[in-house]
Write a protein that binds this ligand. Structure first.
Ligand SMILES: Cc1cc2nc3c(=O)[nH]c(=O)nc-3n(C[C@H](O)[C@H](O)[C@H](O)COP(=O)(O)OP(=O)(O)OC[C@H]3O[C@@H](n4cnc5c(N)ncnc54)[C@H](O)[C@@H]3O)c2cc1C
Length: 508
């Protein structure tokens, strides 16, 4: 993308185009949508990719290769003015706008559909930190790995967020953002103190608890793709503690059901917020992974109540180091490096999740164990590796005690999430437009049974950053009692539904 842009930027074609300020575009729409986008060159670093561009097939690729979307255009603005101008081009031609930051949506929602305009924030890479307040200003094009790296370099700071280095800060911070620091510092969205957003009218709005406070409430939990294009985040960062312990405890596969049961019961009783953890069950492994903000000895004491509930582990590893070493360890679980999150393989996923307020029932444990023991095999591509897994992740702690109200509040009191599904690992060059048939069938049966057995409430509760297209009453599962207020805010800020996708906040 960049190489092509440099070549293009040097051509006479680009330099002779007139610069039309975005403020005038709404009154004087160009003859076609694409021509309108081509006129935007306030900042020459912006880049337009259309179906006839040589880079289009690369530009439209998402993390989840099960989706193969072909949007009308993909625009990479390099400034808020250019982003706003692109939004106005779309609005004046009745084209939907789909923001994209890291492209990690489970359901490929940032890929747009035919005819839509994807606005990709990759070029928004500005970063600065105010050392007096610890507030960091981050361009919406950052991936988590580069956020962790820059924060560490700036003075050993951290923010609480997910483990996968390739996830974009944009979708992540707007839909929650949980990881190995969640119980200590809360969701990433809870630590957002300000945002810049391009509205459907092409204006740059500065949003905080004192400026458009309703939208500030909505964007922190329900902000992905529904209200506008967020270009910048202001986030509270923290100085990392001097010692961080990484924990790995491996149990026999035969014990996976009993360990899941123990993990659920332990989650309900954790007293320390210094510990955040997950239990991974897959590939014939049952592994507890945890981060403790403190010394190895204190970490052992914190995890002892869990080990008193489980059978004897096969292997125990506690490693003391820095926060950045811990974050790099978790990043490597994805087979990538923290500062270079591009793996050497192509992944297509069908991952689902539910949120639980109680330990799993016997029925739920039986369903999970049975499906994991009978994972799918790919008869169409026998050389591709299929990994079926379940990951339980602790919530609670500071997640239940946010600094200010937000659209994430319906999830306070959740003990843990359960993410389940199948990933297909294929050579990097491999592309598809679907998940394998047996994977889809297996995943649908698994979801169906788990939904029917749900024991943590009268209705399903699920995490909006792990969206699932087929989940019954999805908006209710994601936003609960906040949904009505979110619909009102949507009507006020985007009455023409410019920003939309299949599970977006609706107008009514
Ligand atoms: C491999 C993998 C690991 C993950 N690990 C974690 C984890 O540890 N913890 C966790 O909480 N979640 C995790 N997630 C889920 C992840 O947080 C969400 O998928 C998140 O939405 C991804 O953000 P993105 O910017 O990469 O995605 P995108 O696909 O770019 O966007 C996701 C959604 O947000 C919208 N959006 C994106 N950027 C903006 C913007 N700037 N303004 C307005 N709307 C925007 C998009 O339109 C889309 O609807 C993981 C996902 C994957 C695939």
């Amino acid at each position: 993308m960049y190489t092509f842009f440099k070549t293009l930027a040097a051509t006479a074609f680009f330099t002779t185009l007139a610069y039309i300020r975005y403020t005038s575009l709404a009154n004087t729409p160009a003859t076609s949508f694409i021509e309108c986008l081509q006129t935007i060159q306030g900042n020459r670093s912006s880049y337009l990719s259309t179906p006839s561009s040589p880079t289009y097939d690369k530009d439209r690729v998402l993390f989840n290769k099960a989706f193969d979307h072909r949007p009308g255009a993909i625009f990479y603005p390099a400034s808020e003015n250019d982003a706003a101008a692109a939004v106005l081009c779309a609005a004046s031609h009745h084209v939907s706008v789909v923001p994209r930051s890291g492209g990690h949506s489970f359901e490929g929602y940032s890929g747009g559909s035919q005819g839509t305009l994807v606005i990709d924030l990759t070029l928004f890479q500005h970063f600065s930190i105010d050392h007096d307040t610890g507030i960091v200003t981050i361009g919406a094009g950052h991936r988590l790995g580069s956020v962790y790296t820059k924060l560490w370099t700036a003075g050993e700071y951290l923010v609480p967020a997910g483990t996968c280095p390739g996830v974009g800060i944009g979708g992540h911070a707007l839909g929650g953002g949980v990881g190995m620091l969640g119980r200590k510092y809360g969701m990433l969205s809870d630590n957002v103190v300000g945002l810049n957003m391009i509205s459907a009218e092409g204006e740059v709005w500065h949003i905080s608890d004192t400026s458009r406070s309703d939208l500030f409430w909505a964007l922190r939990g329900a902000g992905g793709g529904s209200f506008g294009l967020v270009t910048e985040f202001k986030i509270q960062a923290y100085k990392a503690p001097p010692k961080v312990t990484v924990m790995r405890v491996r149990f026999p596969w035969s014990e996976h059901r009993a360990v899941m049961d123990s993990f659920g019961k332990w989650s309900a009783k954790i007293s320390a917020n210094d510990i955040s953890a997950m239990l991974y069950i897959g590939q014939n492994k049952t592994v507890f992974l945890g981060t403790f903000l403190g010394s190895q000895d204190k970490a052992k004491a914190a995890v002892a109540p869990l080990l008193s509930l489980t059978g004897a582990p096969q292997q125990i590893e506690f490693r003391e180091g820095t926060w950045f070493q811990a974050a790099s360890t978790w990043a490597a679980l994805d087979g990538t490096k923290i500062d270079n999150p591009i793996g050497n393989f192509s992944l297509s996923l069908r991952l689902r999740s539910l949120l639980y307020r109680n330990p799993l029932s016997e029925n739920e444990l039986e369903i999970i164990s049975r499906h994991l023991s009978n994972g799918p095999s790919d008869i169409e591509n026998p050389k591709h590796r299929l990994i079926s897994s379940v990951t339980m992740e602790t919530w609670g702690g500071k997640i239940d005690d946010p600094k200010s109200p937000s659209a994430f509040d319906n999830h306070r009191g959740v003990l843990y999430s359960v993410q389940y599904g199948v990933e297909r690992v294929a050579p990097r060059s491999w592309h598809s437009d679907s998940i394998c048939t047996t994977c889809a069938e297996w995943s649908d049966r698994f979801s169906h049974e788990l939904h029917a057995a749900y024991s943590s409430g009268d209705v399903l509760e699920a995490y909006q950053n792990y969206m699932e297209h087929g989940i019954p009453n999805g908006l209710q599962a994601y936003y609960g009692e906040n949904l009505a207020r979110l619909v009102e805010i949507k009507r006020a800020v985007d009455p023409d539904n410019l920003f939309t996708f299949p599970q977006a906040i609706p107008l009514g």
